[in-house]
Design a protein around this ligand. Sequence first.
Ligand code: NDP
Length: 246
Amino acid sequence: MESPLPSKSVFLTGASSGIGAAIARLLVARGHRVWATARRMDMLEAVAEEAAAGAQGEGRMVPYALDVLDPAAQQEAVARCVAAFGGLDVAIPNAGLGVFSPMDQADLADWHTMVDVNVKGVLTTLHVCLPHLIESSGLVVQIGSVASRMVFPNSGVYCATKHAVLAMGEAIRQDLKSQVASTTICPGAVDTSFIEQTRDPSLLDQYRPGFKQGMQPEFVALQVLHAMEARGQGVISDITIRPDLA
Ligand code: NDP
């Protein structure tokens, strides 16, 4: 089904798997143009093939290799997206990871990676995209988490990074409310490869079943589409979604 919206230009990070891949496939199926980025190009190409098979109208996905930790590369990626699509309507800084462990057993490098990707990577995407979004009266859709509002055992630093994401969504709302809309989606467990970043085998055994029984990434993607289609009627500032009761 084609979206009631005219085709939008979308910049997306973390599109090679899980939630990002589902967002890319759904938006292309609804006629939107997605500049889809991640580091693993082979996986991005596979997502692009799936997206092309379901494309409607002007819908297309451009796979583009990007490490969000490289600000100059993000600048270049967004410039190419804007040039190819003739502007930017929606930015989705989705790339992120969580490495779970008790605080006293954590690897400092893992803490730094989470802060670098989940906070600094997102901030870079926002910084690079906002001037274009101001021009288009566009939309930022961030992927927060239930961990944006709560702190869970074994994941304090991950929770801190997701609190920061929600704070940035609110900051955009306050500073740019007449120019750029901001939605932060806060999912509970989603069935993706997310938990596989955790190396502690006993924590993996503990957490894997919960993520396996989590929401499908397509349900998160649907919330992105809702946020886009709400424009003109209202702004979904933030939304929490959790696995069904089953
Ligand atoms: P996945 O592990 O399936 O996807 C993570 C994505 O992030 C991949 O596409 C990966 O691409 C990308 N990524 C990681 N590091 C970098 C980097 N340095 N540069 C560019 N891209 C990077 O997990 P999810 O789909 O579950 O995670 C997506 C988002 O959803 C994250 O922000 C996560 O925190 C959030 N989230 C997930 C939940 C869950 O239960 N799964 C619940 C709530 C929120 P590549 O490795 O190819 O670069």
